[in-house]
Structures are given as C-alpha cells and as structure tokens.
Design a protein around this ligand. Structure first.
Ligand code: MTE
Ligand code: MO
Length: 205
C-alpha cells in the first residue's frame, strides 16, 4: 500500500500523530505480529448461524443475520490498536460496518447512554455512546488485512474501537445492549478501567 492511500484511510487524529511522531501510546511497545488475547475458549461461529441481537434502550428490539448486517455496507479503515498489556500494532486494515451506519438503522431512545457488547462465549465490555460517536473508525469488523477475521481474532464479527484500549473491541459480537447507565463489563468488573483511553493510560481503576 502506498503512503498516500494509507494516509487517506487514517483518521485526522492518526494522520496528525504519524506526522508529528506521536504515534505510540504511552507505556506501549510496538509489535509486528498480531497476538491473540482471549480469556477462555474460542467460540467458532459460522456466518450462517451468526446472529446479532440488539436490545435495551431502543424503540424496537432487533435480530440481524449476517446478511442483514452486510446489507448496511462495508467501509474500509486503517488504524492502530493498543492493548492494555502494553503491545501496540500499527496499520490494521479493517473492513466492516461503521458504528454510525449501524446506529442510523437502530431507533435509539433518548435514554441510551452507553452500550454493552455481548460476545458469544459470555465476554462483555461497556463503551459510552459518546466514545463510539466520536470515533469515526468504530465499526463491527468483518475483514482484517484483506481476509475474513479468523476465529482466534473474533470472526466472523468483532467490534473495532481503535480510540480505546483493545479489550473494548469485543470479539465474536452477538449482542449489543443499549444502556441508560454505563455499567462495568467482564474485565471492568475485575479492575480494568471503566473507560480505557490509551492516551491517558486509563488501564486499571
Ligand atoms: N469475546 C472476547 N473479546 C475480547 C477478548 C476476549 O477474551 N473475549 N479479549 C480482549 C482483549 S484483552 C484484547 S487485547 C483483544 C485482543 O484481540 P486479538 O486476540 O484479536 O488480538 O480482544 C478483546 N476482545
Ligand atoms: Mo488486552
């Protein structure tokens, strides 16, 4: 990929960080490979069995199939990921359904303030709606570096929220619960920060 096309796929924030040499979040080390970080087993979910349930502070609860999700359209984004265990990986090339495109299809109640992502296998993680709205790279990821996301890395559908530590990017997403009040998910209940901004090192509470 040429530098020019990479730059166009960056957020303004990342493009500026690349330019000013302020790209690695504090306390992080760069890795070229892609570690697998999973608590527990690896759910293997086939695309024709995968479903997304949407409930909570919504006008109408929804269940989407994989085709329903793809019908919202795929967008490509290039971004960096920062894991709370101190590794970072640059230039992850994602294709998926942008959060903004998804939210346009869901009738949110004005009481909705945060989301809880629910994964196949039981993992959960919470993210304020404000952060998802601000992060124009937030998506449900389908492809990474030109290939279907593998089961290890959360395929067929995982969250990608590059503005927060990577534990917020739930793998094997099967449910999105809209919350009237933010509440801790799995790691957050075990002492991880409720919010998780890598630039201010919101690692642990
Ligand atoms: N369902 C689920 N999602 C998850 C996790 C997990 O254990 N289960 N681990 C989180 C953590 S701590 C990180 S760093 C990233 C790792 O994603 P990767 O294995 O694709 O690198 O996924 C996040 N999402
Ligand atoms: Mo992590």
């Amino acid at each position: 990929m040429t530098t020019d096309s990479s730059e166009r796929l960056y957020s303004d924030d990342l493009a500026q960080r690349v330019e000013t040499g302020d790209r690695l979040a504090p306390g992080q080390r760069l890795t070229k490979d892609w570690p697998v970080l999973t608590y527990g087993g690896t759910p293997v979910v086939k695309t024709d069995e995968w479903q997304l349930s949407i409930w909570g502070e919504v006008e109408q609860e929804l269940t989407w199939s994989y085709e329903d999700l793809l019908a919202l359209g795929l967008t490509r984004r290039l971004n960096d990921i920062h894991c709370v265990t101190h590794w970072s990986r640059y230039d992850n090339d994602w294709e998926g359904v942008l959060w903004s495109d998804l939210i346009a299809k869901v009738g949110l109640k004005s009481s909705a303030l945060a989301v809880m992502f629910h994964s196949y296998g039981g993992y959960t993680t919470n993210v304020p709606l404000e952060d998802l709205a601000r992060d124009d790279h937030a998506m449900l990821g389908i492809r990474h570096d030109g290939k279907q996301i593998s089961s290890d890395h959360g395929g067929p559908v995982r969250a990608v929220i590059p503005s927060l530590y990577f534990w917020k990017s739930a793998k094997w997403v099967g449910g999105i619960e809209f919350l009237a009040q933010d509440r801790p998910g799995f790691w957050e209940m075990y002492g991880y920060h409720l919010h998780g901004d890598p630039w201010t090192e919101e690692r642990y509470a």
